[in-house]
Design a protein around this ligand. Structure first.
Ligand code: VAH
Length: 317
């Protein structure tokens, strides 16, 4: 039985559906701070800062795997640094401790390219680059990676982790991330509204299509235990692009798409992140291979969002 913590989030909501397909509906327990009315399946309210609540659900459903997808993201996290640290670390400690105490088979901990900063190569950043995170979110993810490795080395807990690039999907909205522009831009294009970009047009960032990110997660979790040598976190790469590159891709379908660039504090954050990622270890050790490039992503995002808005009759997201 699989428990997803943060199942209402940008990644959690899509991952939960994939896990239901894989393990059937009755073997997946979705959870988040608030009930999700549209959710079809077993749902429990869990505030992951409350360890006893996680314990209760683990016992009740005899959980064997936990995916911990709850965290405050990079941009949002800068508003209340100490609260972000508390939430991101307390929830992780609770998941690690409950998993250790209940002999959970496998735990997934999402990390991020946000762990990199000054001092790491900006191009083809390797797994073992010097981590120098500049956001509280990044600091909490770098610390989280080390705690994940500690629980593996000290207690043998099988914790696995991926450093996600910016994730782009049509199925859910991101919340509080620095890469969120890359999702919002497609919504604005399809709604034929002007897009205001909070990053400079040439800001190159590593991104990944949601379907690739979710498949990578499940492939890592299904890899044979002894093929995993990285117990902090694996880099994975999808495709790197800048705002101007995605704009020109969109204009192939929406020639009049209007954009104005208004960089804000998120430009600071993005300028310290890698432009591209070296994911050789993930490719070698568990067969990672991205399938979607910017052209594919743009075609799919626009096709899916056109359907969504036609059906929702222009209901604003
Ligand atoms: C964020 N989408 O922007 C997340 C992610 C690589 C970026 O960690 O905070």
């Amino acid at each position: 039985k699989v428990l997803v913590i943060g199942a209402n989030g940008q990644l959690g909501s899509v991952l939960t559906k994939e896990l239901q397909k894989k393990y059937t509906i009755e073997n997946v327990i979705a959870s988040d701070l608030r009930q999700n009315e549209e959710y079809k399946g077993i749902f429990e309210i869990i505030d992951a800062t409350n360890k006893n609540r996680i314990q209760e659900v683990v016992e009740r459903y005899k959980i064997t795997q936990i995916y911990h997808l709850a965290a405050i993201l990079s941009a949002k996290g800068e508003e209340t640094p100490l609260a972000t640290w508390d939430i991101n670390m307390k929830t992780l400690f609770n998941v690690l401790e409950v998993s250790r105490e209940n002999n959970i088979d496998k735990v997934f901990f999402p990390s991020s390219i946000a762990v990199f900063g000054e001092g790491a190569p900006l191009d083809n950043t390797p797994d073992n680059a010097y981590l120098n995170p500049a956001t509280v979110y990044g600091i909490s993810k770098a610390a989280g990676e080390n705690w994940a490795q500690y629980y593996f080395l000290r207690y043998g807990l099988d914790v696995r982790s991926i450093r996600y690039p910016g994730v782009i999907g049509y199925q859910s909205l991101p919340g509080g991330g620095t890469t969120d522009y890359a999702v919002d831009i497609y919504h604005k294009a399809v709604l034929e509204e002007e897009f205001e970009c909070f990053l400079k047009q040439d800001t190159m960032l590593p991104m990944i299509f949601m379907d690739d990110a979710i498949r990578a997660t499940i492939e890592l979790m299904e890899a044979p235990k002894d093929s995993i040598t990285v117990r902090t976190s694996y880099n994975i790469a999808g495709i790197s692009f800048s705002p101007e590159e995605v704009v020109s891709e969109i204009r192939k379908l929406y020639p009049d798409f209007k954009v104005n660039y208004k960089p804000d504090f998120r430009q600071e954050i993005a300028s310290r992140w890698p432009k591209s990622i070296d994911d050789a270890s993930a490719k070698k050790e568990w067969g990672w291979q991205p399938r979607y490039d910017l052209k594919d992503i743009t075609e799919i995002m626009i096709e899916k969002l056109q359907k969504k808005y036609k059906k929702g009759s222009k209901s604003k997201e």
